[in-house]
Design a protein around this ligand. Structure first.
Ligand code: CO
Length: 422
C-alpha cells in the first residue's frame, strides 16, 4: 500500500521541478476532482458544500471545502512549495576562452552545495512573454539533461577531500554550451516555447536535479528524490484533503512559497494570503468580522515541514532522546524559543489525532547547543493566530538536491490529514 503512495509522491515531485510547477500540478489535480478555481481579482460566490482553489503568484495555493452543514471553524494544513536551488540571473551567459558558455546563477535558499556537482541538471520556472501587445505568463521546463556543474579534478586541488568552502560567484556556474558568444538561453527558451526569444521579457528560472526518484534499501525502506522538503508534506496534505469525508470544519489545504528565504513575500507565510482567504470565506458565507475572529480562536493549524531524522553516521548531532527515525511516524517538533509553535495544548491535540488515526508519532527537539532551522508555522501565526502544531516527516540530507526519506511516513501523514479534515 505505502509503496504505491511513495511512487505517487515521486511522480508528483517529478512533475514539480519548481514551486510554479508544483502549484500548477496541484491545481490540475484539484480541478479534476471538481474544485472550482477562484481568482483573487474577482468576487467569490461561495456555497455550502462547495470546493474551491485559489493561487497567488502561481506559486502558492489554498484549497478549501465548505461543509454542507453550518460549521465554521478552520482546520488547516500548511506546507511550502519551494526548495533551495540556484536561480538564473539576468544576462546569464558568461563566455570563457570564446567557447565555453556557463550560466550566471545565484543561490536561492540555504542548500548543501557539494551534491550539485557532476550530475545532470535542467532548468525550469516561468517566463513572461509579450504576445499581441499583451504580457503572458508561461511555465517552462526543458525536461532534458541541459547543464552540469563540473567539479575541479583532485589533481588540481589535493585538499579537496579535506573540505572545500564553495563560492557561489565562482564555483557554482553550470556549464551550458561550447557555442561561444552565439549561444543564448533566451533563444533556447524561445525555441522551447515556440515564441521569438526577443519576446521573452523576463524570467524566474531555477536549476533542478534530473535524477529521478528511487526506492531502495535491503527491504526497500528508503525513498530518495529532490525537493522532499517540502513537497512530501504538500503531497500528503493534498491527498488527505481530497480523500477526507469533510463534515465538521472548513478544511483548508494551504501551500505557501518562499519558506526557504524567510517567507516575507506576498505569497509566503508572512503575507496576508491565508488571512485574506479565510476572511473572504467567512465574508462569502455572510459572517461578521467578530464571528471570523471567534472562529480563529476555535481553529487549528498543522504547520507541516520536513524534520531531521537521526543520521546513521552522525548520531551525536541530535538530541539524546528526541531524535526521529525514518518510517517511525510523524515528527512533532518542539523549540522553547518558538521557532516551532508546538506547545502543550497543540501537541496534545495532535497526539490525540494520531492515536485516533492509528498512526505513530515521534518527537524532535534540537540539541540545546545548536540553533536548528525554522519554518512557516510561527510566521503564519503572526497573520492568522490560532492553535498550531509544527510537524514534519523524518528525512536525511535536508537541502541536498537529492534527499532521503522513509517509504512509510507519507502514508502515515495522509491518514492523519484525512482524520484531521474529517
Ligand atoms: Co522545508
Amino acid at each position: 500500500m505505502y509503496y504505491e503512495t511513495t511512487k505517487e509522491l515521486l511522480d508528483f515531485i517529478k512533475k514539480s521541478p519548481t514551486a510554479f510547477h508544483a502549484v500548477e500540478e496541484m491545481q490540475n489535480r484539484l480541478t479534476e476532482k471538481g474544485f472550482q478555481v477562484l481568482s483573487e481579482k474577482e468576487h467569490w460566490k461561495l456555497v455550502p458544500g462547495g470546493n474551491y482553489v485559489v493561487t497567488r503568484n502561481h506559486s502558492a495555493l489554498i484549497a478549501f471545502s465548505i461543509p454542507e452543514k453550518e460549521s465554521w471553524k478552520f482546520h488547516i494544513i500548511a506546507s511550502h512549495s519551494d526548495s533551495p536551488s540556484f536561480k538564473i540571473k539576468e544576462n546569464p551567459e558568461i563566455v570563457v576562452e570564446k567557447k565555453y558558455v556557463k550560466l550566471n546563477v545565484e543561490k536561492y535558499g540555504g542548500m548543501l552545495m557539494a551534491p550539485w556537482f557532476d550530475r545532470p541538471l535542467s532548468i525550469a520556472g516561468r517566463v513572461i512573454v509579450r504576445k499581441d501587445g499583451k504580457l503572458e505568463e508561461r511555465l517552462v521546463n526543458f525536461d532534458r539533461d541541459l547543464v552540469m556543474i563540473p567539479n575541479l579534478a583532485i589533481h588540481m586541488n589535493r585538499e579537496a577531500n579535506s573540505g572545500i568552502s564553495y563560492n557561489a560567484q565562482k564555483d557554482m556556474f553550470p556549464l551550458f554550451s561550447m557555442g561561444g558568444k552565439d549561444v543564448s538561453l533566451q533563444k533556447l527558451l524561445g525555441e522551447q516555447l515556440g515564441v521569438d526569444g526577443k519576446d521573452i521579457l523576463s524570467h524566474d528560472l531555477f536549476l533542478y536535479d534530473r535524477m529521478e526518484g528511487s526506492i531502495w534499501g535491503a527491504e526497500r525502506e528508503f525513498a530518495s528524490c529532490g525537493r522532499l522538503d517540502d513537497l512530501q508534506c504538500a503531497f500528503a496534505s493534498m491527498e488527505g484533503f481530497v480523500r477526507a469525508k469533510k463534515a465538521d470544519c472548513i478544511a483548508v489545504h494551504c501551500v505557501l512559497d518562499n519558506e526557504e528565504v524567510g517567507s516575507g513575500t506576498k505569497q509566503g507565510a508572512a503575507s496576508t494570503f491565508l488571512k485574506d482567504t479565510l476572511l473572504r470565506i467567512h465574508n462569502g458565507l455572510g459572517r461578521t468580522y467578530e464571528e471570523y475572529l471567534m472562529t480563529l480562536a476555535d481553529s487549528f493549524m498543522i504547520s507541516a515541514d520536513n524534520a531531521h531524522a537521526l543520521h546513521p553516521n552522525y548520531a551525536d548531532m541530535t538530541d539524546p532522546v528526541n531524535h526521529p527515525l525514518l518510517n517511525e511516524g510523524i515528527v512533532i517538533k518542539y523549540n522553547a524559543n518558538q521557532k516551532y509553535c508546538t506547545d502543550a495544548v497543540s501537541a496534545a491535540f495532535f497526539k490525540d489525532l494520531c492515536d485516533r488515526a492509528e498512526v505513530p508519532y515521534q518527537t524532535f527537539v534540537n540539541r540545546s547547543d545548536m540553533a536548528g532551522g525554522s519554518t512557516l508555522g510561527n510566521i503564519s501565526n503572526t497573520q492568522v493566530p490560532m492553535n498550531t502544531v509544527d510537524i514534519g516527516l523524518p528525512q536525511l540530507s535536508m537541502h541536498s538536491p537529492y534527499e532521503t526519506a522513509g517509504v512509510k511516513d507519507t502514508s502515515y501523514f495522509i491518514k492523519v490529514a484525512e482524520e484531521f479534515f474529517a
